[in-house]
Design a protein. Structure first.
Length: 157
C-alpha cells in the first residue's frame, strides 16, 4: 500500500482484472522486502479473510496517497477496518492469526522466489515476470500479460 506506483497501477489494472476470462486466476501478492511493509501485507490478507477487501483496499491506498495520512501501524490499519464496520476484536484476532501469519510468510516466499526487485510487477503462470520497464508503462504491462495469458492458454490445449 505504501507504493505510489502500485496505487497508480490499481486504477489502470482494475478494469483489466474485471474483464479477465473465468479461467484466469488473478491474485495480488503484497511485496514484503522490509519489516516495515508487513503491516500492509497483513491489512491486505485480513481484508480478504474478513471479506471487506472491496471496502478497505482502495481506502488504504487513498489514505496514504491522497489524504497523506500516516498508515504504518496495526492501530492505524485497525481504524480503517473499524470505519468499514469490522469489529475491533475480530480485526485483532484475524491480524495475529495463524492463517494470516501463514499468508504473510507465503507472500515473502513468493516475492523471494520471483526475485521481485520493484513494484508493480505481474507474474503470469509462475513463469513470466512483467515489469513496468518491460511494458514501457502500465498499459504495456497489461498488453504483455494478456498476450502471455493467451499463450499459456494455447499451450494447455
Amino acid at each position: 500500500y505504501g507504493c505510489v506506483h502500485c496505487y497508480n497501477f490499481e486504477t489502470v489494472m482494475k478494469p483489466w482484472v474485471n474483464n479477465l476470462a473465468a479461467d484466469v486466476d488473478f491474485q495480488r501478492t503484497p511485496a514484503i522486502w522490509h519489516p516495515s511493509l508487513e503491516p500492509y501485507a497483513r491489512a491486505y490478507f485480513v481484508a480478504r479473510s474478513l471479506k471487506v477487501i472491496d471496502k478497505t483496499h482502495v481506502d488504504i491506498f487513498e489514505s496514504i496517497h491522497v489524504r497523506k495520512e500516516t498508515i504504518q501501524s496495526k492501530s492505524d490499519i485497525e481504524k480503517i477496518f473499524v470505519k468499514h464496520g469490522v469489529d475491533k476484536n475480530k480485526f485483532e484476532r484475524a491480524y495475529n492469526s495463524f492463517g494470516i501469519n501463514s499468508q504473510v510468510n507465503q507472500a515473502k516466499s513468493r516475492i523471494k522466489g520471483y526475485r521481485t526487485q520493484g513494484t508493480p510487477e505481474l507474474i503470469v503462470n509462475g513463469k513470466y515476470r512483467i515489469t513496468t520497464r518491460m511494458g514501457k508503462g502500465f498499459d504495456g504491462m497489461l498488453r504483455i500479460a494478456s498476450f502471455l495469458i493467451e499463450k499459456e492458454r494455447q499451450a494447455k490445449q
